[in-house]
Design a protein around this ligand. Structure first.
Ligand SMILES: Nc1ncnc2c1ncn2[C@@H]1O[C@H](COP(=O)(O)OP(=O)(O)OP(=O)(O)O)[C@@H](O)[C@H]1O
Ligand SMILES: [Mg+2]
Length: 316
C-alpha cells in the first residue's frame, strides 16, 4: 500500500468553473481535481471515472506486467551507460528511478520507447516484445510500424514541456488522438477537455503555450500524454524546470494519477515525491541497479552505502 500523501489541491477559480461548464466531462474532471484530497487513505478512497475504473479493475485482477526490461545494455561510443538493467512495472505500480546525474536514468527511460536502441536486452510493453534486428551498435527496430504503435501507447512527459507553440492548449492535447490514433474529433475534444479539467487547466484550453506558466504548461503536457489513453506514463524529471510553487501544482497532479492507479515510470530528483508516491524505488548507480525496493525499504532501511550517501546529499 502506498504511503499517505501530504497536502490538498487548491480549488480552482470561478473563471475555471465557468469555462468548463459547457463540457460535462471537463466539469466532472475539474471537480475531481478540485476535490482531490491527497490525505486520502488510499487508492480506493475516491470513486474513479467509470471507464478508467473498469479497465483498471480488470487489469488489477491479473496484475499484468506493463513494462518489462531484461538485461538492457546501452552505450554511446566508448561510454557504457547501462550495463545490464532488469526492471518491471505491473499495472497500477509507480516505479521511480533515482540516482545521481549521469547515472543513466533518462537513457533507460528513452530505451523504453526506443528513442534509444539498446545494444543488448529486451523491452516488453504489455507482454509484447519490441522486435530488434542486428547486433551491437547496428541494432535497430525490426518493424517501424510496431514502434509507432507501441509509442502511441506510451505517455511521455519530459522536463521541457515540448508543447507545439503554434497550437492552442486544446489542439496540443487533441493532436495525437486525431493524427496518430485517427479518432473521432468530437469524441477527442470531449476527452481532451476532460483531461484538461483533470489537471486543473480547462479554462486555458484556448490559450497558447507561451501564455501559460511553466506549471500550467507541464500540466498541459500531462493532459496531452493522458489523452492517448496510455498503458504507462513515462515521466522524465517533470518538475525540475519549475519554481518550487509551480512544482507543487505538477506534483499534485502526479499524485492524483498515482491515486487513480495509473502505471507510471518516473525519473525524479524530488525525494519527497519518490518517497510518498512509489510502489517501487530503483536507485541507479553507474549504469547498474545498486538497490531497489519499496519506498520504506529504500528510504527507511537503506542497505547500500552509495545510496545512503546519495540520500544524505539530497537531504534525506
Ligand atoms: N545522445 C548521447 N550521446 C552521447 N552520450 C550521451 C547521450 N545521451 C546521454 N549520454 C551520456 O550518458 C550518460 C547518462 O546520461 P543520462 O542522461 O541517461 O543521465 P541521467 O541519469 O538522466 O542524468 P541527469 O540526472 O543529469 O538527467 C551521461 O554521461 C551522458 O553524458
Ligand atoms: Mg536525465
Amino acid at each position: 500500500m502506498r504511503s499517505r500523501l501530504k497536502g490538498t489541491i487548491q480549488p480552482t477559480s470561478r473563471e475555471t468553473r465557468h469555462a468548463v461548464a459547457s463540457y460535462p466531462s471537463a466539469r466532472k474532471a475539474q471537480q475531481d481535481h478540485d476535490n482531490f484530497d491527497t490525505n486520502s487513505p488510499g487508492l480506493w478512497a475516491k470513486p474513479l471515472a467509470k471507464p478508467v475504473c473498469a479497465r483498471f479493475l480488470h487489469c488489477m485482477n491479473k496484475r499484468a506486467t506493463v513494462v518489462e526490461i531484461t538485461d538492457l545494455h546501452k552505450s554511446y561510443a566508448q561510454l557504457e551507460v547501462l550495463k545490464g538493467i532488469n526492471l518491471s512495472a505491473a499495472v497500477g505500480e509507480v516505479v521511480t528511478l533515482i540516482g545521481s546525474s549521469g547515472s543513466g536514468k533518462s537513457t533507460l527511460l528513452r530505451c523504453i520507447n526506443m528513442l534509444e536502441v539498446p545494444e543488448r536486452g529486451s523491452v516488453r510493453i504489455a507482454g509484447e516484445e519490441i522486435r530488434l534486428v542486428g547486433n551491437a551498435h547496428g541494432r535497430r527496430p525490426a518493424d517501424e510500424g510496431q514502434i509507432r504503435r507501441i509509442r502511441s501507447e506510451l505517455g511521455m512527459v519530459f522536463q521541457q514541456f515540448n508543447l507545439w507553440s503554434h497550437l492552442s492548449i486544446l489542439d496540443n492535447v487533441m493532436e495525437a488522438p486525431l493524427v496518430v490514433q485517427k479518432r473521432n474529433r468530437a469524441e477527442v475534444r470531449e476527452e481532451a477537455m476532460a483531461m484538461l479539467g483533470k489537471v486543473g487547466i480547462a479554462d486555458k484550453a484556448d490559450r497558447y503555450p507561451s501564455q501559460l506558466s511553466g506549471g500550467q504548461q507541464q500540466r498541459a503536457a500531462i493532459a496531452r500524454a493522458l489523452c492517448i489513453n496510455p498503458k504507462v506514463m513515462l515521466f522524465d524529471e517533470p518538475t525540475s524546470a519549475l519554481d518550487p510553487e509551480l512544482e507543487q501544482e505538477v506534483v499534485q497532479v502526479i499524485q492524483l494519477l498515482a491515486e487513480e492507479g495509473r502505471t507510471m515510470v518516473l525519473v525524479t530528483h524530488d525525494m519527497n515525491l519518490a518517497r510518498t508516491i512509489s510502489s517501487k524505488v530503483v536507485f541507479l548507480h553507474k549504469g547498474l541497479i545498486e538497490e531497489d525496493g519499496t519506498s520504506d525499504e529504500v528510504f527507511g532501511a537503506t542497505k547500500s552505502a552509495r545510496l545512503r550517501q546519495f540520500l544524505a546529499a539530497a537531504g534525506h
